[in-house]
Design a binder for this molecule. Structure first.
Ligand SMILES: CC(C)(COP(=O)(O)OP(=O)(O)OC[C@H]1O[C@@H](n2cnc3c(N)ncnc32)[C@H](O)[C@@H]1OP(=O)(O)O)[C@@H](O)C(=O)NCCC(=O)NCCS
Length: 189
């Protein structure tokens, strides 16, 4: 098993001109092409924003995100929202692209970037309705996303990729339960 990456030494920056990504290589031609050529255009045209993980000023991973809306089936709505008024679509932030440079794969960097976006989605949800982080996962990466808490969207089975979601409301509640914001009250005598 490769050594865990020292993620505390990563700097996350939004992609902007001046950040050199020409040499980024994750062994996937589409994703290499995206980061080297398309990501700047997507950012400028407000189609997706890309965040780069820099280690010693070198880009070693990136995650690209945009807004999304997902349609849930009856059962999923019932499980997730109980008796709430059902909606046609539910708002979210989509992980549009994710890649770690080949030498650093399987060391926890990809998981770190997904968690970074979950944190961003939670912050955004205080200002704009946002309930899920979504992804159309490569079938080969299903285990990676289920490990992070994503589940398959039952109603969306089209295409080669697997439509998935993570409920940030539930995720946040679990984190709050695990890390109470208030210290426990002192015991009375
Ligand atoms: C898919 C991809 C983005 C994952 O990124 P990554 O940095 O390799 O991911 P992580 O290291 O966080 O997690 C990968 C595995 O390492 C394990 N891992 C996580 N933290 C770890 C740590 N600290 N030390 C060692 N291994 C760790 C995870 O358990 C995970 O295992 P699993 O997927 O078998 O459950 C990366 O492999 C990649 O760029 N692949 C090519 C492009 C691609 O497929 N993109 C995905 C599109 S959906």
């Amino acid at each position: 098993m490769p050594e865990p990456f020292p993620v505390e030494e990563l700097t996350i920056v939004r992609l902007k001109p001046g950040i050199s990504v020409e040499k980024f290589d994750c062994n996937d031609p589409d994703l290499n092409d995206f980061i080297r050529n398309d990501a700047f255009v997507y950012a400028e045209k407000k189609l997706a924003q890309t965040f780069i993980a820099l280690y010693k000023n070198e880009p070693i991973a990136f995650i690209s995100v945009c807004t999304d809306a997902i349609r849930l089936g009856m059962k999923e709505r019932k499980d997730e929202f109980g008796k709430e008024k059902p909606h046609a679509d539910y708002p979210g932030i989509k992980v549009a692209r994710l890649a770690t440079a080949t030498p650093h794969q399987n060391r926890g960097v990809g998981a770190f970037l997904v968690k970074y976006i979950i944190g961003k989605a939670i912050a955004i949800s205080e200002e704009v309705g946002c309930r899920f982080v979504t992804v159309d996962a490569y079938p080969a990466q299903l285990k990676f996303y289920t490990g992070l808490g994503f589940v398959r969207n039952l109603s969306d089975g089209s295409g080669a990729n697997v439509s998935m979601r993570l409920d940030i409301y539930q995720w946040n509640r679990q984190v709050e339960k695990a890390i109470p914001s208030q210290p426990p009250a002192p015991k009375s005598a």
